[in-house]
Design a protein around this ligand. Structure first.
Ligand SMILES: [Zn+2]
Ligand SMILES: [Zn+2]
Length: 422
């Protein structure tokens, strides 16, 4: 019965492959209470239950902030005589690897802090933000636990671009939002969210973006192909685009604190409206409303339309990339740069080193510079999921919130089944 409300966050799966995460509106207290009720007051304490869920079932809660670091866990368990004060950097590969890992984590943090503390470097024409996808938000959010538990809801996405540190005084956060009824969160959809954001900053001349070092989501040739495309497009004025990656598991981002604010805003949302107590996010408009009410300066919500989604493609040429010596490896790259006038990318495996140029796009693409297809069809949820929400959850909503669910586009179950599983 637990399986129903577990959503594996792709974001997290990279770091902790076996662990699953629950949406943030479900608590272990609620689950325990329900478990006791369901099993006729079986004798199982809250602590036993919690430990079982966490350790045996490997389910965690989508809490914000720190997560377990896989590399540190491997290091911690590899040899009890090798500790951080007694590393064996001559013979032990795990010690060597861990040492490099911590060094990179520290360097990234230092660079990020410098960016956040600068009061002169960033201007309205030269901006520095961190970007990240908010973790597992399920709609609708209704405090009737049991109904929510037995209904498959839909995911809402929020890719946020938030100024770093003191720069927030002049640049407000932007939330690019959409939901599963419109599109998912594959590479091309994340590129589309980046595209939407960059268009909203079309007069800016230089853009630096800090990203979580998550291979599938933020570090891929599709995104890099897109960035080479957009920096050469007349839709934006920017001449330089820089991407900095944190060390995996060690991101400290302004986007995270913004997500925390969004979570808080959702928890109190609606208490002044006539929909009863706060904390209920019945439909996508409520979700947007909650973000607009975040208590930060100049919050901008950019809601994705179907036509904002484009099928951005990976135009990289492995043949070309392989010829470089040393060969660039995605996993080693910590920073990247794209400059107008060139379709190359510049990369470095060290925060403090110079960039190396890589001509990475296929000759065929460079010859034609094909534009991606604009989507005309939403990815949509399955008929049965929609019917289930309408049957079980709509009766718990005010009438004016049901419309969104009734109008939600549906897909053909047979062809779209795999996309409906998150
Ligand atoms: Zn670590
Ligand atoms: Zn060792």
């Amino acid at each position: 019965m637990l399986i129903r409300f577990i959503r594996v966050s792709h974001y997290r799966r990279e770091h902790a492959p076996l662990r699953k995460y629950l949406p943030s509106d479900i608590t272990i207290t609620q689950m325990h209470k329900y478990f006791i009720e369901k099993h006729n007051n079986v004798d199982c304490s809250y602590y036993t239950y919690r430990a079982f869920v966490r350790d045996r079932m490997k389910i965690s809660f989508a809490k914000l902030g720190h997560e377990e670091c896989e590399q540190c866990e491997v290091f911690g368990q590899h040899d009890l005589t090798h500790t951080k004060n007694s590393l064996d950097l001559d013979k032990c590969d795990i010690c060597k690897k861990w040492n490099a890992h911590i060094k990179k984590a520290t360097e990234a943090r230092k660079k990020y802090r410098e960016d956040g503390e600068s009061t002169t470097e960033w201007t309205p024409m030269k901006i520095c933000v961190s970007a990240d996808l908010q973790k597992v938000i399920m709609l609708p959010r209704i405090d009737t636990f049991k109904q929510v538990l037995f209904t498959q809801r839909i995911i809402a996405f929020n890719e946020s671009f938030v100024a770093v540190g003191k720069h927030q005084q002049t640049l407000g956060p932007s939330a690019v939002i959409w939901h599963k009824g419109l599109a998912g969160r594959k590479k091309e959809e994340l590129c589309s969210a980046f595209h939407k954001y960059l268009l909203s900053q079309r007069d800016v001349l230089s853009i630096k973006i800090w990203l979580d070092n998550c291979a599938a989501q933020n570090k891929n040739w599709t995104l890099f192909s897109f960035l080479a495309h957009i920096i050469n497009s007349s839709d934006i004025a920017a001449n330089v685009l820089e991407i900095y990656f944190f060390e995996p598991g060690y991101s400290f981002m302004s986007a995270d604190s913004f997500h925390h604010q969004v979570e808080q805003s959702m928890n109190s949302y609606g208490s002044s409206l006539n929909t009863g107590a706060g904390g209920k996010i019945y439909d996508f408009n409520d979700f947007q409303g909650a973000i607009e009410q975040v208590k930060m300066k100049n919050v901008k919500v950019l809601s994705m339309e179907l036509s904002d989604f484009r099928d951005w493609k990976d135009h990289s040429s492995l043949m070309k990339i392989k010829k470089y010596s040393p060969r660039p490896y995605l996993s080693d790259i910590v920073k990247l740069k794209f400059e107008r006038g060139s379709f190359s990318l510049w990369y470095s495996n060290e925060y403090n080193s110079h960039y190396t140029e890589v001509n990475f796009l296929t000759a065929k693409y460079l010859k034609n510079l094909t534009e991606p297809n604009v989507r005309s069809q939403s990815q949509s949820v399955t008929k049965s999921r929609k019917a289930d929400i309408i049957k079980k959850l709509c009766p718990l909503m005010p009438e004016n919130r049901r419309h969104f669910w009734e109008e939600l586009p549906v897909s053909n179950e047979a062809t779209n089944l795999s996309q409906d599983i998150d």
